[in-house]
Design a protein around this ligand. Structure first.
Ligand code: DAT
Ligand code: MG
Length: 138
């Protein structure tokens, strides 16, 4: 069993994709062990995306991710980290596999609907950034 951090980004929430995306997660068989809608602070956004802080798009990325409510999700399941990345599809929706969330619902890299941790280390770090222990099911 593995846990990962998933997020429906502000574009996904604004476009009312929350039920569609939660339905895909549950139908897949992942267990939702934490869930909340929230507005991310700039500090949390900068920490979450710290690996990208030298990239030219960093400012836009922080503005975007803090620009409206997101849905933060803690998922549990076998191979959940890679499995959720697969369900999301590639970062650039033009390269995302048919049937993936980004292929089905996004057209631009900057606004690509969902986030998912990319490794066990980032999953642990991101779950800790967004959820306190008491907010997660045992
Ligand atoms: P992912 O979200 O698939 O893990 P990432 O970690 O490389 O992708 O980048 C984080 C986010 O930053 C990505 O979802 C959208 C934005 N981003 C990445 N590359 C970008 C680019 N070349 N132009 C604009 N935004 C970009
Ligand atoms: Mg990433």
């Amino acid at each position: 069993m593995e846990r990962t951090f998933a997020m429906i980004k502000p574009d996904g929430v604004r476009r009312n994709l929350t039920p569609e995306i939660l339905a895909r997660i549950v139908r897949k068989g992942y267990r939702i062990v934490g869930l909340k809608q929230m507005v991310i602070s700039r500090e949390t956004a900068q920490a979450h995306y710290a690996e990208h802080k030298e990239r030219p798009f960093f400012g836009e990325l922080v503005d975007f991710i803090t620009g409206g409510p997101v849905v933060a999700i803690a998922l549990e399941g076998e191979n959940a980290i890679l499995g959720w990345r697969g369900m999301m599809g590639a970062t650039n929706p033009a390269n995302a596999a048919p049937g993936s969330i980004r292929a089905d619902f996004a057209t631009t890299t900057g606004e690509n609907v969902t986030h998912g941790s990319d490794s066990p280390e980032s999953a642990e770090r991101e779950l800790g950034l967004f959820f306190s222990e008491g907010e997660l099911l045992k």
